[in-house]
Design a protein around this ligand. Sequence first.
Ligand code: RIB
Ligand code: CA
Length: 324
Amino acid sequence: MTPAPASRAGGPGAPVRVLLDVDPGHDDALAILVAAGLPGLEIAAITTVGGNQTLEKVTRNALAVATVAGLETVVAAGCDRPLVTGAVLTDPETHGASGLDGPELPEPTVRLDPRHGVDVIVETVMAAEPGTVTLVPTGPLTNIATALRRQPAIADRVAEVVLMGGGYSKGNVTPAAEFNIYTDPEAAHIVFSAPWRVTMVGLDLTHQALATPDVHQRFRAMGTRAGRFVVDMLDFFGPAYRAKQGFDSPPVHDVCALVRAVAPDIVTVRPGHVDVELHGQHTRGMTVTDLRGREGRDLDHLVATELDVPRFWDLVTGAVARLP
Ligand code: RIB
Ligand code: CA
């Protein structure tokens, strides 16, 4: 059975606290903005990981986005490379040389926390009431796996892990593997194997979250700094995604994981079991997903399958519209 979330000591009225582990990246950036704009949501911390671009670049981008959002939260840099291969893929074709091409990035007013991101994850979770912090990783899972190794007890204290990564029927780096998992499959294996509740928000779900021209117009109509920042992001992200992956409109993958964490009824899930392929010549990084529900097989993960698209975009645009 899927492990229940650690008992939510915070109670129904308590703010949802999320820790965002990100590699901005345009869709990570939008997830940060949405989290900042959602009422009743507290960002416990933002940690960065090498992925879409180098750790240095994604960290600078995270600080810039936190500045645009008017956030006063902990931002800390984590691991700069995968656990085993040591090679960060980066994806400049999709996110540009800076990792966040398109908008002009402001000088950060948010200070970079001197602690390592992994220490921030461990300290934040261990200092919180059990069941009050949800981890929302939207990049390679290197930080999360390293935090588990450093302090296994976080698995008992985290409310749940809602990650963007993988897919049960498709990949985007190879036909079998998605970027976040493919970059660090060993880290993903550690995360999926730990005794906490993991929800996989993979490509089968995120390809339903397309920033169409109508969506683009909703951000443009806001007339705010944050709205213009999103428009400038999409003005780069859209054509880049079209050129590289052939999409008419770009999927905002990472926002889907955040929305599942804070408004779960917008993202339908079903029980499953995910194994991460580590050795296949053609399938390394594949999230091999068993949805068959065979008797006795422990369906201990949740797998996102269907997005309520209109409510998704209402929530996303509503949150960004609340920012200055
Ligand atoms: O495959 C999509 C994922 O890879 C997203 O998280 C995107 O930001 C990149 O990190
Ligand atoms: Ca990402």
